[in-house]
Ligand binder design. Structure first.
Ligand code: SF4
Length: 232
């Protein structure tokens, strides 16, 4: 498993480029073999591969693999932690109470969740009992999210919650409350950690400085950045 991460992230290690006639369907879905950048020509074979994936033990307890929803050409990608019960049942990310709140947050600054946004998760199968994904599960699933980012090519990435930050930026040691609302450049993209909507549901106060108020500040900053990008 460590070998696989090193193949992706370690500088100085030559990354294998798949040959032109390479078929991703030939990659065993039951083994943790490297899936280098460029493996998938589009999101369809990636989704097909995810749906038969058994790279980690979450495959044993899932109902559906949850790959994505929204626009494949969206300027904003929202990355959550992992599917909950409703997402597992429906096979779509952010469709439960957290998802409904996320829709309202986006709509408050006129961001269309179908047109402007591509939504996915760090792990694509539900951790039992909604526990946090384990490091081994995040690592096993990381090649897929990196390929989703490459193929959608978003200008802005929103990382919802601490696990999402850990999944994309494993070396980031600061806590989510320290870095939320800040732009962090990652691989030439503007990333912003934001609080997870589930956290807002547990902390409903709108008072200044409380999670909902902080989210309102952050989503306005995102809207301003989107306007800036669209005007370029
Ligand atoms: S969580 Fe990711 S790596 Fe694990 S089985 Fe599901 S798709 Fe595969």
């Amino acid at each position: 498993m460590t070998d696989q991460i090193d193949l992706f992230n370690a500088s100085g290690i030559e990354v294998t480029i798949p040959p032109k006639d390479f078929n991703p369907a030939d990659i065993p879905t039951s083994a943790q073999v490297p899936i280098p950048p460029g493996t998938y020509k589009s999101l369809d074979p990636l989704a097909a591969h995810c749906k038969s994936c058994q790279r980690c033990d979450l495959s044993q307890t899932r109902t559906n693999v949850v790959v994505s929803r929204g626009s494949r050409t969206a300027p904003i990608m929202i990355i959550g932690e992992g599917p909950g019960q409703q997402e597992d049942e429906q096979g779509l990310p952010f469709v439960g109470r957290s998802g409904q709140l996320l829709e309202k947050i986006l709509a408050s600054v006129r961001i269309d969740s179908e047109k402007d946004v591509y939504i996915c998760n760090i792990v694509k199968c539900r951790p039992p009992g909604n526990r946090n994904p384990l490091a081994a599960e995040i690592n096993a699933c990381r090649p897929y999210i990196l390929e989703q980012i490459r193929l959608v090519n978003p200008k802005i990435i929103l990382l919802t919650g601490a696990t999402s930050v850990k999944g994309i930026m494993p070396h980031e040691k600061r806590g989510i409350t320290k870095i939320r609302g800040q732009w962090i450049e990652w691989e030439g993209r503007q990333c912003m950690p934001i609080l997870h909507p589930a956290y807002l549901l547990r902390n409903p106060s709108r008072e200044k400085g409380k999670p909902k108020w902080l989210m309102w500040q952050d989503i306005q900053t995102v809207r301003a950045k989107l306007d800036e990008i669209l005007a370029e």
